[in-house]
Design a protein around this ligand. Structure first.
Ligand code: MOS
Length: 754
């Protein structure tokens, strides 16, 4: 394939014509007018409704289900149980790779966690299916459930997160602590959290012989297709998944979940299309969560306020039947420059569903503990917490010793502090009050998230009429992928966005990889960019090899593309329209392919991260302990910004997750029954507009030449990191009370904890 320079220096030809523009969401009007069709909005002819019956115990066996009564209920068509479920081609407990999670697909009567599916009732109406499920009246053999971090004996997992080593170190912690003039040791606890996207997991499944069509939300279409192909023993290309819009994912729609597969099994059983939608409370079990953690941090600093040692140990929980371990300690790998760093993890097994990737898995959880501990260390040194961070933030990635591919953290601290008005902050706590007598506190936290890429592919077509089409099986979870990727698509073809049709959201299109790890814009965007560049390279070949073209002899790399024309790089007065090139070549259209993945050479040379600094103001009622976050200012450097409007929205959303982590989200597990006691959005608290009156995201300019050719880093998850700690530190600054158990609730401020 001819090499064309524009793939390596896109800035030279882009002129920001599409990339960089603050376009509004292309799907915005569809969404606000109800025109966007989500999975559960589909109603194929003859469709039946499936409703899950879920376990009310957390451990034991189902000994009886009143199938006869449920089946006799008017409208009920079938009751699917372990006794009659359709056969699968693969054992759902088989672990073929670490990213294939074990599923509960009625393979036995055993119950491994509360809200585990134990039967599916299929009926002509949703009401009949719901009533049928209630009539099953299950009886159980109940074993004592084990929940919480002290439920069972702990062990060291063989890997944490997506396969990271459970422990790492650099330097000598003992020596570092011994050399310190000030030391702290503190233990922080974080609560179990459940993903709770606005759209619950839903599926409409229809079989036509051996061909399967499904409408279901997915953050990874090809991965879901592969998983379903294995379970049902059919070729992946016989499976068509449509997922044009997702009402949020947060990691819980990364891998296909058990309930989604049960919907497909139900459709196979009755030979008709079936819809299955999880009720909100059914989200608290079979579709993943973030496990609780208990994290102990030890730090030492010398007389100059420089860290001499940093150790971070995490205890977390996984399920009894599968492995996912929140990699919280790894947050300490990247942020602060200590000559000695040690991180480690241990875990217990509990009778819960298997935890999963959730909104900055590890980074969020570890960050709130690390940022709180850094604050405690600053306090021990008698230093302002921002000044302490400025003394100690890492210039090279401390654990790996690799230089950052680019880093604008100091700029983030500076711009954030200035916008917030940090200067003049009293060092001691409990010094500021507003005119209503509320205690006011200011806190800061450092944000970081790795700049990841997975593998993705795209296809681009340029037609003689000057229009283009770009296709990729990408995912819009609400983050704006349809818009940002269309901007990249248009620039890749050198066309205005209105002349490019962007097609996305089905598994029939090229695999876009997974929308996770804040990597989607980089991965899918680079695949699109390369597909467009492939088209332009082919077009440039046609022109530069044709003596009738004004570009003849310019050489492929001597041509640039924009506004539907090719130009000679060294003489822009010589140009030709795409249409003319194609017409003369007798081609109606020209097609190109592109792929993208992380560059292993760059990755082994550089540590790649986005960075940021978040400043929070809270007000606390001194009598009632009520906490309000009144201001949040985050400054973030995340490489090239494709669409500043959408990026700000992502960053603000992430910061609100941070408030949620610090003050709101807490799945309360009943120790006796092993059941979540607040499986609804009334009692599982999340912030609403009134909880965060002012959120500002500042985009700090950063050009990272190493992450990928477009310089894109992720913005999806970084906002939660830093923010949660900033809020916790602001609560301390307001009240003088250091709460080490999250979420921070008002009772802890009224009755200080040990
Ligand atoms: Mo996410 S937790 O990277 O979907």
């Amino acid at each position: 394939m001819p090499e064309i320079t524009l793939t390596q220096a896109p800035a030279h030809v882009r002129h920001g014509s599409n990339i960089g523009q603050p376009l509004t969401r292309r799907d915005g009007i569809l969404k606000v007018t109800g025109g966007a069709r989500y999975a559960a909005d589909n109603h194929p002819a003859g469709m039946l409704y499936a409703v899950l019956a879920v376990s009310s115990i957390a451990r034991g066996r189902v000994t009886f289900l009143d199938v006869a009564t449920a089946k006799a209920h008017p409208g009920v068509v079938e009751v699917m149980t372990p006794a009659n479920k359709p056969a699968l081609a693969q054992d759902p407990d088989e672990k073929t790779n670490p990213f294939v999670f074990r599923l509960d697909l009625l393979q036995s009567e055993r119950v491994r966690y509360a809200n585990q599916p134990i039967a599916v009732v299929i009926a002509e109406t949703l009401e009949a299916a719901t009533e049928g499920a209630a009539l099953l009246s299950p009886r159980y053999d109940i074993d004592t459930p084990r929940v919480g971090l002290d439920a069972t004996e702990s062990f060291v997992p063989s890997a944490v997160g997506p396969g990271f080593p459970p422990a790492a170190h650099r330097g000598d912690i003992k020596a570092g602590l011994a050399a310190a003039s000030k030391r702290i040791e503190a233990t922080y606890e974080t609560a179990p959290q459940y993903h709770n996207a606005m759209e619950p997991h839903a599926i409409v499944a229809a079989w036509d012989g051996d061909t399967l069509s499904v409408d279901t939300p997915s953050q990874g279409l090809a991965m879901a297709q592969g998983r379903l192909a294995g379970l049902f023993g059919i070729a992946p290309n016989k499976i068509h998944i449509r997922s044009p819009f997702l009402g949020g994912g947060f990691g819980s729609k990364g891998a296909i979940s058990g309930p989604q597969v049960l919907g497909i099994m139900a459709a196979r059983m009755v030979g008709k299309p079936v819809k299955l939608v999880l009720r909100r409370e059914q989200m608290f079990g079979p579709v993943g969560h973030r496990a609780e953690t208990r994290q102990t941090l030890r730090m030492g600093a010398d007389n100059d306020g420089k860290l001499t040692a940093l150790s971070h140990h995490t205890k977390t929980a996984s399920s009894t039947f599968d492995d996912f371990f929140e990699p919280a300690s790894d947050a300490s790998h990247t942020l602060y420059a200590s000559p000695a760093i040690a991180t480690s993890h241990e875990a217990v097994r509990a009778d819960t569903g298997t935890p999963l990737f959730m909104r900055a898995p590890g980074e969020a959880t570890g960050s709130i503990a690390l940022e709180s501990a850094i604050d405690e260390m600053a306090q021990a040194c008698g230093l302002d917490p921002l000044a302490f961070r400025l003394k100690n933030y890492a210039e090279v990635e401390p654990i790996s010793g690799k230089p950052f591919s680019s880093k604008a953290l100091r700029e983030c601290y500076g711009q954030g502090a200035e916008h917030f008005g940090w200067e003049g902050r009293p060092l001691a706590s409990r010094q500021m009050r507003d005119h209503d007598g509320l205690l006011v506190g200011w806190g800061v936290g450092t944000a970081t998230f790795p700049a990841l890429m997975f593998e993705g592919h795209a296809r681009a077509v340029l037609r003689q009429d000057g229009s283009g089409t770009v296709e990729i099986g990408a995912h819009d979870m609400g983050q704006g992928a349809w818009t940002a990727l269309a901007q990249i698509a248009a620039d890749s073809l050198g066309l205005d966005i209105d002349h490019v049709e962007f097609r996305s959201g089905t598994s029939d299109l090229p695999d876009a990889g997974i929308a996770g790890g804040s990597s989607h814009t980089a991965t899918a965007g680079m695949a699109i960019h390369n597909a467009g560049a492939d088209v332009i390279a082919r077009l440039a070949d046609l022109a530069t090899n044709d003596h009738r073209s004004p570009l003849f002899g310019a050489g492929n790399a001597g041509v640039i593309a924009r506004d539907g024309r090719l130009f000679r790089r060294d003489d822009e007065s010589r140009s030709e329209s795409y249409a003319d090139v194609l017409r003369r070549a007798g081609l109606a259209a020209i097609e190109g392919q592109g792929s993208a993945a992380a560059n292993p050479a760059a990755q082994s040379t550089y540590a790649m991260h986005a960075h940021g600094a978040v400043f929070a103001e809270v007000k606390v009622d001194p009598d009632l302990g009520r906490i309000r976050v009144t201001r949040l200012v985050g400054a973030f450097a995340a490489g090239r910004i494709i669409n500043p409007r959408l990026v700000r929205s992502q960053l603000c959303g992430g910061m609100i997750w941070g408030v949620s982590f610090a003050l709101h989200e807490h799945a309360v597990m009943d120790q006796r029954s092993g059941r979540p006691m607040n499986p609804n959005l009334a009692e599982y608290h999340i912030p609403v507009n009134a909880d965060v009156p002012s959120v500002v995201a500042i985009l700090v300019e950063e050009h990272d030449p190493h992450v990928n050719a477009l310089g894109i880093k992720g913005v999806g998850e970084i906002g939660i990191t830093g923010t949660a700690g900033a809020v916790a530190n602001a609560v301390y600054h307001a009240t003088g009370i250091r709460v080490r158990k999250f979420p921070i609730t008002l009772d802890r401020l009224i009755e200080p904890q040990a």
